[in-house]
Design a protein around this ligand. Sequence first.
Ligand code: NAP
Length: 287
Amino acid sequence: MNTLKLGWVGLGNMGNPMVMNLLKAGFEVTVFNRTKDKEAPLIEAGATTANSPQELMEKCDVVITMLSNDAAVKEVFESPTGLLSKEYPTKVIINMSTVSPETSRYLASSCSTHNVHFIDAPVSGSVKPAQDGTLVILVGSSTTDYELAKPIFDVLGKTAIHVGEAGVASSAKLAINYLLGLNLQGLAETVLFAESNGVSKEDMLNIINAGACGNGITNIKAPSILNDSYPAAFALKHLVKDLRLAKEAGLDSPLIHPLFNSYAAAEKEGLGDQDVMAILSSLKHKQ
Ligand code: NAP
């Protein structure tokens, strides 16, 4: 039995399985989601519900946020019934959403003025690792806060890497998602090029994944390419957000601009709520 009382805001594709793992590990978890029906499977599994983020701060030792983007996180922190509606000495907030390094530093500073400890802890890994408890957690915080949160990270991930203060972890997250975007754009372009020259996508995926160019993500995405079906594990709109944040944080490399334009065009074509691998559908229609 874990004695830390946890609160959780944001039960989307990632938040839901992450909370499920905390419940299975014996944590007492109270949840708040804007759309209430997403709380149902967790309440069935033993979670309790709160009426506001503020109520989570009253009841819990540590509150975790897993929300879409910077605006959603700021709203949940700053609304009149938000996490920082009062001072909460000794309480801890962990933001696991992907936001800009600037927003992470801003949240750390706002927390500090409310006597709240803040941990910047975005994750690498999608829905399957979230279900399996094998996320890679990037942590920006004081060493003391990192040690306090470690039992939580041990349930949610296979490793937690303490990279520095708040903001540094968000920078690391934007960097790894740039590599993710490159990988999937490259995979899509390669499969389409091969197909247009008479190589089936089955054969091309086998060639990629049997050789040195295959990796975790090319293996994970192979079934969706074969089925030409892209239900969201990691929604394409979230990658567009992350590439935009990387550009705003100073990434100005040869590939970031065409990469961003490619995913942004796919979002404009209506693929934002599909999985990020739907970039292949967007490119296919341009051939
Ligand atoms: P998601 O499925 O789109 O869920 C987003 C969550 O944010 C939902 O609970 C949503 O509530 C809530 N939300 C959005 N705007 C809100 C607002 N203004 N006020 C209150 N709640 C709000 O997203 P996800 O895939 O779980 O991703 C969450 C975060 O993790 C994102 O920052 C994403 O970039 C990052 N991430 C995702 C993955 C992945 O593979 N999915 C992997 C690594 C990191 P409703 O239910 O009411 O809409």
